[in-house]
Design a protein around this ligand. Structure first.
Ligand SMILES: Nc1ncnc2c1ncn2[C@@H]1O[C@H](COP(=O)(O)OP(=O)(O)OP(=O)(O)O)[C@@H](O)[C@H]1O
Length: 570
């Protein structure tokens, strides 16, 4: 119930559209019921008038029948138009809402999910939420209102008719759907999960197709995919079978209603307390009213599927962001110092410490290398600085104010970062470079590329800066990709340039030249420079060097013996 209430709240901005959809749908159903009932009355009246040689005014009923037919057609058209418009608007808004909810969770929380899983939630689960209004909420409300109107109409002629009709409508609208729901709830939830597993597996297999072929594991993966597909088909088949049987039971109940009313009405006609023409009208009214009930079994069946999709979406969106943003943030000045003060960090309370009581300082314009072996926590340190993770204890100060006083966005706006496994987008070199600085001039872009020695490669390309880099930069060599990421970071107008393993994939000669050029670049821009690396870069003499221990209990940074200068210690 809580889940349904949360769904209703999401739909609230579209309540006007939804209400109009419900009204049009109710009008259509009532027009259809009236059409059948009036036709029954009209044909019987005409036959009776003919039989006794009497006359009757057939203009009014004929006009009413025509009116009902037109209302039914126009109502159906309007209802489809409005309900689908409302749903499409809602789905597009839902995707944006979901994306906005994901943003603060990236990357810390999203790392716990497979990329295909998140993709599946944003696409298929949100699509499934369509069902809630179209297949569940609307048919239920319309069925309820139509039942009320039909039962009141029948009660006007004979309370017993109303009672019989109500019982049969309840069987068709509540008992049958309840049974179907009970039988299909587990399968419905399994179906959502299996479909999600299948998509996740497909995305992951397509991304890693190269490795699967190299390790000869493609056949095995294909078998897993086949198992998921077969499970999905079996679940869909079971749901379809259940649905077909329910529809049959529903039709039988509708016919039963018509026959029972006929049987109950005949003695009344004989007694003269019911007009003969009303016999056909009331029994056809009873039969037609089941049209309003017909979508209910499917509505209940969709409920399992829809609630499972909603649960998967809400589980993700309701995760607490790893970092709390301040209510009244301080502005981040253009130039600032950073100070780690006895800072410790671990990813979870149950996991080992990654950083332990770390203290160091980065002043404006300072150039610092943090040297540490693999797994010593260099990238984690960067994650804390970028506000992707909260320090577990100790303080990180920006201009001597706790980092929590600033928003993550404002801090990141002042930092230019070339991450170790940075993402490049499936676009041109230029687009990827402009990401860091959309207003960069061509001259600035060329300078940055020349600093990282990428200019020659770009000039050799027939399409120059418009060369396509491919998915995750696949059209580039490892070294070219690394230099593209470095050039992108140089282009960002930031106070601090941070490079994580900047020379990864570069040959020693290129690496040294690139690092020297970067030093000159930050000098010219007046930026601070923080380099984190596991290997010496050959520029240590021109920077301050700190060494990070691999064992967090000895994590205090030591000043590297080979460095020439001393670090500002807090
Ligand atoms: N998202 C994460 N969740 C849990 N543990 C993590 C996560 N990321 C890193 N770790 C762990 O934290 C430790 C430090 O990892 P980190 O990537 O910060 O080291 P590093 O010094 O950058 O290593 P390298 O030089 O190999 O890139 C490692 O033991 C790693 O397994």
């Amino acid at each position: 119930m809580k889940l349904i209430w949360r769904l209703v709240r999401l739909y609230r901005p579209y309540s006007g559209w939804m209400l109009l959809g419900i009204l049009l749908s109710l009008l259509t159903v009532l027009a259809n019921i009236s059409l059948l009932a009036l036709s029954g009355w009209f044909i019987s009246s005409m036959a009776l008038a003919g039989a006794i040689g009497g006359s009757m005014n057939y203009f009014t009923p004929a006009a009413l029948i025509r009116g009902a037919a037109i209302t039914r057609t126009a109502g159906r058209y309007g209802e489809r138009l409005i309900t689908h418009e409302a749903t499409f608007r809602l789905v597009s808004e839902l995707r944006v809402w979901f994306y906005e909810k994901l943003e603060p969770l990236a990357p810390a929380v999203l790392q716990q999910y497979r990329s295909g899983d998140v993709l599946s939630r944003i696409r298929a689960d949100i699509d499934t939420l369509n069902n809630f209004y179209l297949r569940i909420f609307l048919p239920m409300i319309v069925a309820l209102l139509a039942t009320l109107i039909v039962v009141i109409t029948l009660a006007y002629y004979q309370p017993l008719f109303a009672m019989v009709e109500l019982i049969l409508l309840l069987i068709a609208g509540v008992v049958l759907p309840w049974l179907l729901n009970k039988l299909s709830l587990t399968t419905g939830a399994q179906l959502v999960q299996t479909a999600a597993n299948l998509r996740t597996q497909l995305v992951s297999d397509l991304q890693g197709m190269g490795e699967l072929l190299i390790y000869g594991a493609a056949e095995q993966q294909a078998q897993t995919l086949q198992q998921h597909s077969q499970a999905l088909a079996a679940q869909q088949q079971r749901l379809n079978r259940l649905n077909t049987w329910t529809q049959i039971a529903l039709n039988v109940t509708a016919s039963l209603a018509m026959w029972l009313l006929l049987i109950l009405a005949v003695p009344l006609v004989r007694q003269g307390s019911l007009a003969p023409a009303n016999l056909a009208m009331l029994s056809l009214l009873a039969l037609a009213s089941f049209e309003a009930i017909a979508p209910l079994p499917l509505a209940w069946q969709s409920l399992g599927e829809t609630l499972a999709a909603a649960r998967r979406i809400f589980t993700l969106t309701e995760q607490a962001p790893p970092v709390q943003e301040p209510e009244q943030p301080l502005p981040v000045p253009e130039s600032f110092s950073l100070r780690f003060d006895q800072l410790s960090f671990r990813y979870q309370a149950t996991r080992p410490w990654v950083l332990k009581e770390l203290s160091f300082r980065l002043e404006p314009g300072q150039k610092l290398i943090i040297l540490g072996a693999n797994g010593s926590g260099k990238t984690s340190l960067l994650s804390v600085l970028l506000r992707f993770h909260e320090p577990t204890s100790g303080r990180l100060l920006l201009n001597e104010q706790p980092i929590q006083a600033y928003t993550g966005e404002a801090i990141r706006a002042r930092l230019a970062v070339a991450e170790q496994h940075a993402q490049v987008f499936n676009s041109t070199l230029l687009d990827n470079l402009r990401l860091a600085n959309p207003v960069a001039t061509q001259a600035q872009i060329e300078q940055a590329c020349s600093a990282v020695l990428l200019d020659e490669f770009i000039q050799q390309q027939p399409e120059g800066y418009h060369t396509w880099v491919g998915e995750t930069g696949l059209h580039l060599s490892g070294g070219q990709l690394q230099r593209l990421v470095l050039a992108r970071a140089l282009l960002k107008p930031a106070s601090v340039l941070i490079l994580d393993e900047p020379t990864e994939g570069l040959d020693p000669e290129t690496a040294l030249s690139v690092m020297r050029n970067i030093l000159a670049w930050v000098e010219a821009q007046g930026q601070s420079l923080l380099v984190i690396t596991h290997q010496r870069l050959g520029i240590e003499a021109e920077m301050e060097v700190l060494r990070l221990s691999t064992q967090p209990q000895f994590n205090q940074l030591s000043i590297d013996s080979q460095s020439t200068r001393h670090l500002h210690q807090p």
